[in-house]
Ligand binder design. Sequence first.
Ligand code: SAM
Length: 207
Amino acid sequence: MANIVNNPEVYFSGLIPERDEILKQLEYEAEKENIPIAGPVVGQLLFVLARAKGAGNILELGTATGYSAIYLGRACAPAGGRVTTIENDPEMAARAIKNISRAGLGKTVSVIESEVLQTLPGLGELFDFVFMDIEKKDYNKALSLVTPVSKPGCLLIADNTAFADAVEFNQAISHSQAWDSVQLFSYIPMHSALNDGLCFGVRTRQL
Ligand SMILES: C[S@@+](CC[C@H](N)C(=O)[O-])C[C@H]1O[C@@H](n2cnc3c(N)ncnc32)[C@H](O)[C@@H]1O
């Protein structure tokens, strides 16, 4: 049997990459105000996946203060990619616009202040990378609206899929005609106190 390092949680927490001032400030505000941001491990995961995919048109559902949008923007900006992120709380949307601009990503990331379920059908463009991070009860409806705006090969990342409200979404994507997917159920350091799950899907088929 292979030996596992002692206390993997502490061990892997020590390997999380350093963040710059803007990300550290957003982490501090999230902690202080209880804002559920993705955190540095999922942030870095989004960066790695979006860069590896060469994502050119990214859609984010749920902006909050712009923390994960900054990771996504930094992943695609060097190749001229774009991020559209949707947030229905006007105060959060305003904060995100300021933070994204401070991060130098004002031209890369557009914040739309609106309700995802109303806005998706009218977006009129196709995406190759989607990060879903809104109310979990809306995930299933959002999936049916994301599918028609996703290109073949689109990568979908849905956060917190172990939450009870994501059960319908999990059923739908696992039986989907359009997506192949996998669920990861693991503790992610500094992400959540819960083992809260991440779903990865790839758009492999037409409906
Ligand atoms: C988990 S937070 C997003 C965190 C962000 N992705 C990050 O990691 O920095 C979810 C955000 O989505 C917004 N939201 C929830 N349901 C929404 C919906 N149906 N339409 C638009 N925004 C929504 C909430 O106001 C909240 O700010």
